[in-house]
Design a binder for this molecule. Structure first.
Ligand code: ADP
Ligand code: MG
Length: 322
């Protein structure tokens, strides 16, 4: 009996945490019109860790803010946890927690007060509030009674994550959460968000860093100029990008360059580093290391270069055209 009940309730869960169909936004101002979203159709599966990737101005925040109810759509539809944002705005809003891009916090509230006020706004009964538990989870329990203005940028960011979680939404959206957050705090923020995802929360993260999306997300959508360029599992998407770069630091760069190294057509930097661009489908990275060894030079360090988003768009749009 209990099992049947559980099975039924699982069956009622939506397959997709978020569904957008032809979502469109035109900002109108004195200066004219700006098409920020040009008909975006996108599904975010329940339980996924989803990356919405795109350069500045692509329309990521507009997409997020429409879902959050902060921006009014011009056209199209969106559903959060099955609730249409236009027809059932309250239910849609209750299903989502959004960590905004801007660090907009009232400087005279303490973290404890802020979370209590937020819980009140969402109608969370007093005995069901988890203020201290949430502050603990984001590493702010010792700052519970400090004024927000006394918190560092990283702490404010984590406080905004805490604020988005007070009503325990099944979907958590983070809009460029690592801007202005140092590496250590970034790691602890990700550790917390990963725990939430493992426990079943659907995570949507916007970023303009491919590496960040690549490391964290199981699915990635790419938007550029308000249009969806790609949407796939991370591995399938990266597999389509047949271009990588490694940076080699050698003990010395021989002059003339030995044939084995010259064959890689490297770009030589003034600081003595060598950049090799290659197609993983044609040559594995081990082939590059073999060439270095054959040239008789010692490899001091090896790192990868951030993949340029513009390159990716060019690749994806050209492969679509073929
Ligand atoms: P992203 O978050 O990917 O950087 P945004 O959604 O913030 O992109 O912006 C998409 C486009 O819409 C940009 O060209 C931006 O200048 C424009 N835009 C954003 N907000 C407004 C607004 N309130 N009024 C007019 N144009 C806007
Ligand atoms: Mg943005």
């Amino acid at each position: 009996m209990v099992q049947t009940l559980i099975r039924q309730s699982v069956a009622q869960l939506p397959d997709n945490a978020i569904e957008a169909v032809g979502l469109r936004k035109v900002y109108r101002s004195k200066r004219g019109e700006k098409v920020a979203l040009d008909g975006v159709t996108l599904s975010i599966p329940r339980g996924s860790f989803f990356g919405l990737l795109g350069p500045n101005g692509a329309g990521k925040s507009t997409f997020i803010n429409i879902l959050a109810g902060l921006v009014t759509k011009t056209g199209g539809e969106a559903r959060i946890w099955g609730h249409d944002i236009g027809r059932a705005p309250r239910a849609a809003k209750a299903a989502i927690g959004v960590v905004p891009q801007e660090l907009n916090l009232d400087p005279f509230f303490t973290p404890r007060e802020l979370l209590e006020v937020q819980a009140g706004m969402y109608g969370v009964p007093k005995d069901q509030r988890r203020t201290m538990e949430i502050l603990e989870a984001v590493g702010l329990s010792d700052k519970a009674d400090a004024y927000a203005r006394a918190l560092s940028g990283g702490m404010r960011r984590r406080l905004l994550v805490a604020k988005a979680m007070v009503h325990t939404p099944p979907v958590l959206v983070l809009d460029e959460p690592t801007a202005g957050v140092d590496i250590e705090l970034r790691q602890s923020l990700w550790a917390y968000v990963k725990t939430l995802n493992a426990a079943g929360t659907t995570i949507v993260l916007t970023t303009h860093y491919l590496e960040e999306a690549e490391e964290l997300c199981d699915r990635i959508a790419i938007i550029n100029h308000g249009t969806l360029v790609a949407c796939d599992t991370t591995s399938a998407l990266l597999g389509r990008l047949d271009s990588k770069a490694v940076i080699l630091t050698l003990d010395r760069i021989p002059d003339p360059l030995p044939a084995a190294l010259a064959a890689l057509s490297p770009e030589l930097r003034r600081d003595g580093r060598m950049i090799v661009r290659y197609k993983p489908s044609e040559m594995p990275v081990a082939g590059i290391l073999d060439a270095v060894r054959a040239a008789g030079v010692t490899l001091v360090d090896l790192s990868t270069e951030e993949t340029d988003l513009e390159d990716i768009f060019l690749q994806l749009t050209s492969s679509k055209a073929r």
